[in-house]
Write a protein that binds this ligand. Structure first.
Ligand code: GLA
Length: 385
């Protein structure tokens, strides 16, 4: 991670003002994919990769945004802020300002520095980390405090209403509310959650296929629409099913024949994934890692075959891990169509596992994957110096 003290100095040198500095992590999802927008269950953990946001007030009415990753600075007039995204990194901080202003907050001028090490486009929620860090920074500047779940909702709105990606609540929620050494079993309907302890001898090994993932792309939206079409058919028959969270596998047996074949498959993934996610948390609580691994394997099969959310490289990354010593479970994590796999691995085997998996993947595709041995970190907070 970037040294926070160096980041603070960087802001000080550029803007000649002491910043308040906030950190927000990326995330990995252990299980529960494409269930959040169906008001179902997910089980993510925050990870060590994160975004830092440093903020200080200005007196000239300007909002100046600086990204250390892009080494680029952009200046805006606080009284006339853009209301539309422009497919630029500033969309995220500008979206935060727009959503906060829409909530009735008066936004004064400020200088904001940003830096992050969540790998971009790898399905580890670099954008959620950016939104949450910026949201904490700007709300602290204006003296407003939102509870974690509310803050996460506002950040989701940045993504949905400003950036234009129709994502669910998972990424922003875990970034804002993660707990060290735990995953969260989150109920995306009411945002209640249960802490799922990750045993200390289990490592989260994140393997990047190096295939770029994007939820702004068409596939995420298409899959979502297909699963929602299946939901509408069930709801038309028996009511009380506004979301697939409320549907059952029996519903698919009864009315699946009325659905487009792809819709039926997408719905089968979402409904069964909800069951698996709740079961995985129970297994984790009992310390039954064999069952957790079995559920992860079944989740990957469902994500790849029924949801068709995987890709050749991610399927291979999961397959290549299977007989490596220490593996508990492996699956593609995040929005899909590329990105990373999550491997639960006995910690004593983690380093050798990472090396062997990387070598196998390189031998197969001629691509060197980034493989990270991580632990579940805490959620977003202010850094004190
Ligand atoms: C992306 C979205 C999340 C969620 C996952 C799939 O990460 O941002 O809201 O839908 O994909 O589980």
């Amino acid at each position: 991670m970037h040294d926070p003290a160096a980041f603070r100095s960087l802001h000080l040198a550029r803007f000649h003002a002491e910043p308040a500095v906030f950190v927000a992590p990326g995330r990995v999802n252990l299980i529960g994919e494409h269930t959040d927008y169906a008001e179902g269950f997910v089980m993510p953990a925050a990870i060590d990769f994160a975004t830092l946001a440093g903020i200080s007030p200005r007196t000239d009415g300007k909002i100046v945004l600086y990204s250390e990753n892009y080494t680029e600075e952009r200046t805006f007039d606080a009284a006339a802020m853009p209301t539309k995204a422009s497919k630029h990194w500033t969309d995220y901080p500008l979206g935060v300002v727009a959503i906060l202003a829409g909530e009735g907050n008066k936004i004064p001028g400020f200088s904001l520095s940003l830096w992050g090490d969540v790998p971009l486009g790898s399905g580890l929620s670099s954008s959620a980390a950016l939104e949450v860090a910026t949201m904490l920074a700007v709300t602290s500047l204006i003296g407003v405090t939102y509870p974690g779940p509310v803050l996460a909702r506002l950040c989701q709105r940045v993504e949905n209403e400003f950036v234009g990606a129709n994502c669910g609540i998972m990424d922003q929620f875990i970034s804002a509310n993660g707990k060290e050494n735990h995953a969260l079993l989150l109920d995306c309907r009411d945002l209640s959650f249960k802490l799922a302890p990750i045993p200390p001898d289990v490592a989260l090994v994140i393997a990047n296929t190096m295939v770029k993932h994007s939820i702004a792309g068409g596939d995420y939206a298409t899959r979502r629409a297909e699963s929602e079409a299946a939901c509408a058919i069930i709801n038309g028959h028996r009511g009380g099913v506004p979301f697939l969270r409320d549907a059952t596998l029996e519903d698919l047996e009864k009315w699946g024949h009325e659905m487009a074949p792809k819709s039926l498959l997408r719905a089968r993934h979402v409904i069964s994934e909800n069951l698996r996610t709740v079961a995985a948390e129970k297994a984790l609580e009992k310390g039954d890692l064999v069952e957790v691994g079995r559920l992860m394997a079944e989740a990957h099969r469902s994500y790849s075959e029924d949801f068709e959310g995987s890709c050749v490289e991610a399927d291979a990354m999961v397959a290549l891990a299977q007989d490596l010593p220490g593996l508990i479970g492996a699956r593609l994590t995040g929005g899909g169509f590329g990105g990373c796999t999550i491997n639960l691995v006995e910690r004593k085997h983690a380093a050798a596992f990472a090396e062997a998996l990387g070598a196998r993947y390189t031998a197969k595709f001629g691509i060197v994957p980034q493989i990270h041995v991580c632990h579940a970190s805490g959620g977003a907070h202010r850094l004190e110096f």
